[in-house]
Design a protein around this ligand. Structure first.
Ligand SMILES: NC(=O)c1ccc[n+]([C@@H]2O[C@H](COP(=O)([O-])OP(=O)(O)OC[C@H]3O[C@@H](n4cnc5c(N)ncnc54)[C@H](O)[C@@H]3O)[C@@H](O)[C@H]2O)c1
Ligand SMILES: [Zn+2]
Length: 327
């Protein structure tokens, strides 16, 4: 991913990347209202809500592309958060058996996670990301300036995935945590030094994901480490309806407690200092959690595949009996 230091540089790069091609943008309607003039292309807007991340939206977009007589040489540009880039990537991978795709993530989560790694897709019958492909976009380009309008709760969702990357790699975990604990994104963007720092942390988190994807694009091996916190996290999302990043934060603490990691207090403290939740809510019973985990698509043979967190920088995939799970 190319992360430009400001909006001006971003626009220059985007123009170069698009070249003289016909570009059709699939753009989040909120982003269109805020930044629309930066994307002087034909546009199709989408509403960034999980309930619209469906085949119906995919079909609607494809219908529009046909009406526009978009050819195989069209470049589809996905502009928005993960919902939008996931939908755009999927449409690009199937329209006329595949057309070029470029992504512009505009949320922190999109920058560090959703737009990186080539996974795309939509939900089906209430199950998340049931349909999709793995196909690398031609380019991913963005700028930290998009983050100026992002709501605090959305920043937190991205931060959880960033800290996850640093826990896996064993670098910057405490530094990044302290940076976000002590500064709001607004402050970060106003100060030159802090801008560079923010950019460096995002790029470092992206590098962790890119590295694992390079080694295991199809997700049969090391890429699975990126599921740290997600087995517990998905169950929590299902039981409580809480946001994904918040659930993953709690899930990462569970993944440490699960193996009695000596780093559990440190991990808990850093996440908490950034405003992330760290405990399974009192109302969620053990039975409900286990039941939700059983339904998780990462389970194999009634057992549960969990990424455990032995220590900061020491994670591994382990097959565990549900009874062994503790939190
Ligand atoms: N493909 C992958 O590998 C992958 C990885 C992680 C997550 N995902 C997917 O990503 C999605 C979540 O992504 P997300 O958190 O970016 O959510 P999102 O796309 O819903 O965006 C969050 C909210 O922020 C708004 N928004 C976007 N950019 C903005 C900006 N610059 N300023 C103000 N508001 C802005 C959106 O309109 C939306 O309301 C989920 O559907 C998830 O499944 C995919
Ligand atoms: Zn996640």
């Amino acid at each position: 991913m190319m992360l430009c230091s400001d909006f001006k540089e971003f626009r220059t790069h985007l123009q170069q990347l698009a070249g003289t091609r016909r570009v059709v943008a699939v753009i989040d309607n909120k982003v269109e209202n805020l930044y629309g003039e930066a994307f002087p292309f034909e546009k199709m807007t989408v509403v960034a809500e999980e309930r619209h991340k469906t085949m119906q939206t995919v079909e609607m977009l494809i219908q529009r592309l046909l009406e526009l007589h978009a050819d195989r040489d069209v470049l589809l540009l996905g502009v928005g958060g993960g919902i939008t880039t996931d939908i755009c990537g999927f449409v690009a991978s199937i329209y006329k058996r595949g057309v070029a795709c470029g992504l512009v993530p505009t949320t922190l989560l999109g920058m560090v996670d959703a737009a990186v790694g080539g996974k795309n897709g939509v939900n089906m019958l209430g199950y998340k990301n049931m349909l999709g492909t793995i196909r690398q976009p031609e380019f991913v380009v963005s700028t930290i300036d998009f983050l100026s309008t992002l709501e605090t709760a959305e920043v937190r969702q991205g931060l959880a995935e960033m800290l996850k990357a640093f826990l896996i790699k064993g670098e910057y975990f405490e530094e990044c945590g302290a940076f976000f604990a002590n500064n709001g994104v607004g402050e970060m963007l106003e100060d030159g030094t802090k801008r560079s720092q923010l950019q460096a942390f995002i790029q470092a988190a992206v590098a962790v994901k890119e590295g694992l994807v390079r080694e295991d694009e199809q997700d049969n091996g090391v890429r699975q480490l990126l599921n740290l916190g997600h087995t517990f996290g998905h169950a929590l999302e299902r039981c409580t309806g809480m946001s994904h990043g918040d659930a993953v934060a709690i899930g990462m603490v569970c993944a440490a407690k699960c193996v009695n990691s000596a780093d559990t207090p440190l991990i808990t403290e850093v996440l908490q200092s950034c405003g992330l939740p760290v405990e399974v809510p009192a109302g969620v019973s053990r039975a409900a959690m286990l039941e939700a985990m059983m339904q998780d698509k990462k389970r194999a043979d009634g057992r549960c595949r969990v990424v455990v967190l032995e220590a900061v920088g020491r994670v591994e995939v382990r097959e565990m009996e549900l009874q062994e799970l503790r939190w």
